[in-house]
Design a binder for this molecule. Structure first.
Ligand code: GLV
Length: 326
C-alpha cells in the first residue's frame, strides 16, 4: 500500500479522497509547522508528501524521505518553498493548487484590502469600538473614492487579471506591468502596458501579483518607492519578499507613500524583519495587515484539498497532471 504524509491538518475532503483511493494516509495532527529537524525524521518512507507553503522542502528532505518518494503535492499556488531543481534531479513530481477558486479568493481579498485602505475601514472600526464616536463629524476619517483612481497591477497572471475585472467594475483606470504584453486584455479593460518606473509614478494604487523569483525579490525597494505618488497605496497579496519591508516602513514613516496593505510578510511569520527597530508596521494607522489569509475561504480550502489529493493520485498512478510544476 502506498503511503502519503500530510504535514499539517487541512480541509478534510482531500484526506478522505486519498483514503478512499486506498492510500495509507498519515496526518500530522497538530496545527503547527514542523521544524526542519522534525520534518527530516517524519518524511521517511513515504511515496507522497502533501506539503504547505510553510514547509521548506529542500534536497535534504527529499533524500530523507527516500528514493521511493514520487510526488510532492503543495497545498498552495506558490511553490517557492520547494527546491524544484532538486526535485527534478530526483524525478520527483511537484504539483501545486493553482485553481480558479484560489485566484478568485486572492483577487477578492486584494480588493477588500484596497477598499478598506482607501475608505479607512480598519481605523474607523477601531475608533468606533473604542467608544470614541460622539456624533457625526464632517471631517471624520476622510478617505478616498477609488472610482476614477488609477490601479497599477504588477504581474498580469490569473490573479492580476481577476483584480483588473473588479477594478473595472469600480470604474478605475488600469495600468499593468508584466514581462509579457497582453493586447486582448488591454482592449477588454482599456488598460495600458507600462515599464515598472512609469507605472509606479502614474498609479494611485499599486498591487503586486508576481511570484517570488530571484528577479522579483525586493522588486519594490527604496528607488521604486521614491517614484510613487505621495498618497499612493501599496497592496501586497503576492509574497512578502517582493517588497523590501525596511525600505517600505521608512517610506511610510517619512510619508513618502500614503498607505500599505499586506497579507504576506518579508520575514514571515514575523511581522517585522527588525523587531527591535523603532519603526514598526503595527504602529501605523495607514497599514492594514492580514495573516496570510487571502485564500482562506471554505470553498477555496476545500477545492485546494481536493486538488492536492487528486495530484497525488495522478502522480502515483502515472498520470501526467496539469498541476505539475516540474
Ligand atoms: C498562498 O499564498 C498560496 O500560494 O497558495
Amino acid at each position: 500500500m502506498q503511503k502519503v504524509f500530510v504535514t499539517r491538518p487541512i480541509s478534510r475532503v482531500g484526506i478522505d479522497i486519498l483514503k478512499n483511493a486506498g492510500y495509507k494516509v498519515t496526518l500530522q495532527p497538530k496545527p503547527i509547522n514542523l521544524s526542519q529537524k522534525e520534518l527530516l525524521t517524519r518524511v521517511k518512507g513515504y511515496d507522497a508528501l502533501l506539503t504547505l507553503l510553510t514547509n521548506k522542502i529542500d534536497a535534504a528532505i527529499m533524500d530523507a524521505a527516500g528514493p521511493q518518494l514520487k510526488v510532492i503535492s503543495n497545498y498552495a499556488v506558490g511553490f517557492d518553498n520547494i527546491d524544484i531543481e532538486a526535485a527534478k534531479k530526483r524525478n520527483i513530481i511537484v504539483t501545486n493548487t493553482a485553481l480558479p477558486e484560489i485566484n478568485e479568493s486572492v483577487a477578492e481579498h486584494t480588493f477588500a484590502l484596497i477598499l478598506a485602505l482607501a475608505h479607512r475601514l480598519v481605523e474607523a472600526d477601531r475608533f468606533t469600538r473604542a467608544g470614541k464616536y460622539h456624533g457625526w463629524d464632517p471631517q471624520l476619517f476622510l478617505g478616498r473614492d477609488i472610482a476614477g483612481l488609477t490601479l497599477g497591477l504588477i504581474g498580469l497572471g490569473n490573479i492580476g487579471k481577476m483584480v483588473a475585472r473588479r477594478a473595472s467594475a469600480f470604474a478605475m483606470n488600469i495600468l499593468y506591468h508584466d514581462v509579457r504584453r497582453d493586447e486582448e486584455f488591454e482592449k477588454s479593460f482599456s488598460a495600458r502596458h507600462l515599464f515598472l518606473e512609469q507605472l509606479l509614478s502614474q498609479s494611485d494604487i499599486v498591487s503586486l501579483h508576481v511570484p517570488l523569483l530571484p528577479s522579483t525579490r525586493h522588486l519594490i525597494s527604496t528607488k521604486q518607492l521614491r517614484l510613487m505618488k505621495k498618497d499612493a497605496l501599496l497592496i501586497n497579496t503576492a509574497r512578502g519578499p517582493v517588497v523590501d519591508e525596511t525600505a517600505t516602513l521608512k517610506a511610510l514613516y517619512q510619508k513618502k507613500i500614503g498607505g500599505f496593505a499586506l497579507d504576506v510578510y518579508e520575514c514571515e511569520p514575523a511581522i517585522d524583519c527588525n523587531p527591535r527597530d523603532r519603526y514598526e508596521l503595527r504602529k501605523l494607522s495607514n497599514v492594514i495587515m492580514t495573516p496570510h489569509t487571502a485564500s482562506a475561504t471554505v470553498r477555496t480550502r476545500d477545492a485546494m484539498s481536493r486538488l492536492a489529493a487528486q495530484n497525488i493520485i495522478d502522480a502515483l498512478s502515472g498520470k501526467k497532471s496539469t498541476a505539475s510544476v516540474t
